[in-house]
Design a protein around this ligand. Structure first.
Ligand SMILES: Nc1ncnc2c1ncn2[C@@H]1O[C@H](COP(=O)(O)OP(=O)(O)OP(=O)(O)O)[C@@H](O)[C@H]1O
Ligand SMILES: [Mg+2]
Length: 283
């Protein structure tokens, strides 16, 4: 049991789109300071809809989303996005200014901060995401996908939200770029005080970075817990058409030999292997 006060408390949340699609059913969820969470689930399971409810873009059809002292139903979008930032699945859907500076400054200007504070926010956000000054006057579309994503994240960071939700951070990126962006999110989590939620279909990325997994199916939460615990629920995961990473599957197949079915990384598998052999060699 977590005895802290949650940063977000979602209770009995239902969400229906204007066309009548009932996308979320009775969602109950609490998110705490310091967490790094992955939302997983097949296409159409409700991950993006839930995220947009968390940052106030969508208001509950019924139930509540409480962020710190604010109920999303009675709060303005501006109040909400200063607490919960959402980085779109495709950063290009979010970038619309003619240069990176204006892009990052858009949020702070929108909340009517004085221009010197805007400058401070832009410089800070650019520094955190590692966007060199020489790009400030460039059009975002002339940058690489990796840098465009950094600009998109910087534009969210400039509002200094505690929680940052990144929808599909690694889609369309090669392995090196994926680890780069994930290491960057890990740094925001560990060294800059941000709660991170990623939405992803990439299970090795979940295993390597997320400490908690929320698995969704057909608009409901099917499982919610520490990553290793959720990956042990193979039948439930199969319902979501997701498989744990291969190293976890291997450990589960040989668990009778003493391996932990919640193994998440090759390094951990190797360490267990060495320990098991050492104990066999020295009975
Ligand atoms: N604008 C919309 N109007 C009506 N229904 C929608 C709209 N956007 C999404 N939906 C429906 O809501 C449900 C949840 O969709 P959502 O986009 O939240 O899923 P997701 O888990 O993010 O999927 P993906 O992995 O494909 O991004 C689906 O049935 C989807 O078809
Ligand atoms: Mg989505």
């Amino acid at each position: 049991m977590n005895t802290q006060t949650p940063f977000i408390r979602v209770s009995n949340l239902n969400y229906q789109y204007p066309d009548g699609t009932h996308a979320l059913w009775d969602i109950n969820l609490e998110i705490y300071e310091g967490e790094f969470i992955a939302f997983i689930g097949q296409n159409g399971s409700g991950k993006t809809t839930l995220s947009k409810c968390l940052n106030g873009l969508f208001k509950p059809t019924s139930g509540d989303v409480i962020v710190e002292d604010l109920n999303s139903k009675t709060s303005s979008i501006v109040q909400m996005v200063r607490r919960v930032g959402y980085v779109f699945q495709n950063p290009d859907h979010q970038l619309f200014n003619n240069n990176c500076w204006d892009e990052i400054a858009y949020g702070p200007r929108n909340i009517q901060l004085p221009e010197e504070q805007v400058k401070e926010r832009v410089e800070e956000a650019a520094q955190v995401v590692g966007l060199p000054e020489r790009y400030f006057s460039e059009h975002p579309f002339f940058l690489s996908k990796g840098l465009r994503q950094r600009v998109a994240i910087a534009s969210i960071l400039a509002l200094r939200p505690k929680l940052i939700i990144v929808d599909e951070p690694t889609t369309g990126q090669d392995a090196r770029q994926s680890f780069e962006i994930m290491d960057f999110l890990k740094d925001l989590n560990e060294n800059h005080g941000h709660i991170i939620v990623i939405i992803t279909h990439d299970m090795p990325i979940v295993a390597a970075y997320a400490r908690r997994v929320v698995a969704m199916g057909q608009g409901r939460i099917l499982a919610d817990g520490p990553t290793a615990e959720v990956f042990k629920q193979t039948e439930l995961l199969a319902q979501t058409f997701l498989e744990p990473p291969q190293i976890t599957q291997l450990a589960q197949r040989v668990q009778d030999l003493g391996y932990d079915p919640g193994t998440l990384t090759v390094e951990s598998m190797v360490a267990q292997h060495i320990a098991l052999h050492a104990s066999q060699d020295n009975p």
